[in-house]
Design a protein around this ligand. Sequence first.
Ligand code: GDP
Ligand code: ZN
Length: 336
Amino acid sequence: MSRIDIDALEEEWDEDGGVRGPRRRISRTAREKLARLEIGRVTMVDRGRVTVLLGEREVQARFGGTMRGEKVAVGDRVRVKPARRVSDTPRVVERLDRDTVLARSADDTIDEERVIVANVDEVVVVIAADHLDAGRGFADRVLVAAEAGGLDAAVCVNKIDLVGSGVESEVEAVEDRYGRAGYPVLRTSALTGEGVEALQERLAHRWTAFTGHSGVGKSSLFNRLVPHALHEVGELGRYGGRHTTARVRALRVPGVPGAWAVDTPGVRSFGLAAVPPEELADLFPELRDLDCELDACLHAGDPGCALAEAPDAVPGDRLEAYRRLLAALQNPTSET
Ligand code: GDP
Ligand code: ZN
């Protein structure tokens, strides 16, 4: 390792501005040297500093000049150049291609997507049993983003302890709605601990991102899963907002082999501006399987559409969810 030196290379890239396809400019030997560097996994990004899991160890690193203009997200696989002196810091010099991405835009009008997390196996959408209406709309969006980004998804109904006899049927409706689309639905209570074990089992040997509206109890759930992380619950955080998870962070889940849980900031909306309306049907498993003969059909009820002929092919409220989302993406507003 100590012989590897790509400092000169980085300088060359710096002069070049690092924008105009720097990779093509580097020599084959340099590329081979790069390829020999250890690959780690990003667990946290904080402006210029990045924490990388290398083997079993988390190390602090900074971005090398080769990374100019590159964006790195939690979960990214990166090549790390080790520090040569004790006083030096290891440097992230290359980001590898991503297998999956979970990305959102601020709202449906803002085309610029932010990758929340890369390469996770699954996203768990946390919704609250006492706000199922809001939760469903949010979950529908996250599930679309998960399909677009190539990762698995599950829905977690938290605050299940609040479910009285009146809400039970509503929770069952949620289970049915997502279950029929192939998404597992879990029930948890961060308050009583109910369902937490089943959730933990689900996390084994994979990286799982958690997302949800603020207030659904995501921090409380994290405190159960990763007690040493100490999330502040429902109080004013140091970032001023009510929710306190200000940045994305991957944490090892103790007691569960190979499990990493990625916490993400609680959000008010999950924009899908980067999803072209004509691709939306492909991101709903129930609609993807539809054998529709019409060209580029949006399944919006046109004569000849498979859905017009077999309206029961897709359970009513997921069809409604699709149509509502389609309308939102066709006529985006800043309300999501
Ligand atoms: P976050 O914004 O999603 O991180 O939510 P928090 O974890 O901060 O929780 C928001 C509020 O919901 C707090 O007052 C929690 O005590 C409460 N809460 C969280 N989980 C549960 C739960 O499972 N059941 C009940 N009854 N309350 C919960
Ligand atoms: Zn159709």
